[in-house]
Every structure is written in C-alpha cells, then in structure tokens.
Design a protein around this ligand. Sequence first.
Ligand SMILES: Cc1cc2nc3c(=O)[nH]c(=O)nc-3n(C[C@H](O)[C@H](O)[C@H](O)COP(=O)(O)OP(=O)(O)OC[C@H]3O[C@@H](n4cnc5c(N)ncnc54)[C@H](O)[C@@H]3O)c2cc1C
Length: 289
Amino acid sequence: MLRALRMSVPTTAPEAAGELARLGENAKIYAGGAELVLLLRRGLIDADHLVNIKHIPSLDSISWEGGIMRIGATVTHHRLETEALVRAHLPMFVQAESQVANIRVRNQGTIGGNLCFNDPHSDPGVALLVYEAGVLVVGRNGQRQMRLQDFLTGMYETALEPDELLVEIQVPPLPAGWGGAYLRVHRLQRPTLGVAAGAKMQDGRLEDVRLALGCVGPTPKRLEELEAKIRGAKLDEAERIIGESKTYLTQSLQPVGDILGSADYKLHISCVLLGRALEQAANGGVKAE
Ligand SMILES: Cc1cc2nc3c(=O)[nH]c(=O)nc-3n(C[C@H](O)[C@H](O)[C@H](O)COP(=O)(O)OP(=O)(O)OC[C@H]3O[C@@H](n4cnc5c(N)ncnc54)[C@H](O)[C@@H]3O)c2cc1C
C-alpha cells in the first residue's frame, strides 16, 4: 500500500533542485510516476516527500534550435512518437519510442524518467547513443552539461548528484546521407534486447557507422571498437565481422543472464540484430515523415 507522502510542486528547475538539497535522500523526483509509484507501493524504495516536476513549464517543451532537438525531461514517450518535429528530424528515435511498452505506459512515462531510472531493459537510451545525444542537469549550484554516454553509468545508476535533476536531452540528427534503424526483440513488455545502428555508405563500403546495444549488460553501450573494425568494409564483410564479435561483446558488455534470457542467448541475438539493423541503416534506414 502507498503511504501518505508530502509533495512539493516547484515551477522552475533550480527550485526543484533546491527542494532536493533541502529535503535530502528521502525526497524523490516525481515525473510520470510509472516506475516510482510501483517501487513505492512495493516497498522497494523509501520516500517521505515527492518533488513533482510536471508543473515546470520549460521541462515540457520540444524545440529545434541550431540543428539540435531540445527535448524537455517531462515530455512523454507518446508525445515523442507523435510530434511532427521529432518525426521529421529523428525518425530512428521515433522508431524506438513507438516500441516502448504500450500506449498506457507511453502516455504516462517521460523520457527523463526513463533515462534517470536507467533500467537495463529500456529502448530510448540505445537509440539516443547512436545520435550522440547530450543532457543538461540542474543542481543547487548551477547546471552541468554532459554526454548521455557519460550520464548512463550503470544498472539503475546515472551521473546525477543527489541534488540534481535532468532537465533537457539534446539530440543532433544523424549527419546528412546517413540512415538509422532501431530493432528490438521482446517476450514481455520490456525489451529482451535492443540495438540501434546509424550508417553511411559510399561506393559500396561503410564510410561511417555507429552501433549501440541495450539490455545485454548493465547499461546501454556504444560499440566503438566494433564500429572501428567494420568502418570501410563492404556490408557483407561487416555482417560477417559482427557475427564473429561475441568475444568482444562479452568483454565489453559484461552480459547478464536474467528472466528474459541467458547471457549466451542474448549474445547470439545481439549479433543477429546488429547485422540486420546495420543492413537497414546502410540501405537508407527508417524514413522521416
Ligand atoms: C509495465 C511497464 C512496461 C515498460 N516497458 C518499457 C519498454 O518496453 N521500454 C522502455 O524503454 N521502458 C519501458 N518501461 C519503462 C518506462 O518507459 C518508464 O517507466 C518511464 O519512462 C519512466 O518515466 P516516469 O516519468 O514515469 O518516471 P518516474 O516513475 O516518475 O521516475 C522514475 C525514476 O526517475 C527519477 N526521475 C524522473 N524524472 C527525473 C528527472 N527529470 N531528473 C531526475 N530524476 C528523475 C524518479 O525520481 C524515479 O527514481 C516500462 C514501464 C512499465 C511500468
């Protein structure tokens, strides 16, 4: 049962950070509540006080400025999959967002809540790593800018300090001439495995490529060494190299077996899905609308 909680309703991000600093570890940020309420109800986390950030207007905005999509932390998954601006500039991200759970969760859950919770079985972070997204966080002493790659530090862990909240995700589109694809497999609602690929072909070879993988290890990861091995290769050569990359994936991802599959199964499917996503990306990828 959910016990009575106090709630602050700040209207600016610095005010919310001030509340976190004032109230200490028994205060939690409340966004969509999709994860938080479940955890509180089951007694998996403890809190006396919620800091509700849904009334901070700047956190609910999406804008396209200087060639970068700026997405406020409380924007819901459903808004991201339907917003024309996002569909036009970030089609592969939309492909990932539209596969999150079901319409109820996508209506309730926010992108900020998803990234801050950093459940290993998540979709958006994997796609955002291929876009080389950045994040802006605000704390009582000001704001910090960092790469998403550095923000997602481990299973259910991020680089946030106790008095900080995530306010914005900044996403540059894939460079001109690139294609992107996000693929996942799932048995239940959350992904068993998710992969994202971005690629540009030139004269039948992979001129440049980015790959990311989620759900295999504790947190989503860019596969930079594998990218370096296939850069310049023909597509069939690249797919063969990916198929032979289990040792590299094991060393770099620390695969974890869980209720959704053994570590071996996940490694096998990773190679299959990475090859398929790369092929789709290299052939133009998911189209913008
Ligand atoms: C049944 C179910 C199925 C799901 N399936 C999928 C799936 O297929 N793919 C997928 O990717 N995800 C899935 N999810 C996860 C879902 O995407 C997240 O639950 C949701 O996005 C969390 O957002 P929220 O706003 O509800 O976060 P909340 O529940 O409000 O918060 C989650 C955590 O993040 C913290 N937090 C929230 N916002 C901020 C912020 N701006 N700054 C600092 N801390 C913050 C909170 O304090 C809390 O610890 C599923 C969830 C459920 C319940």
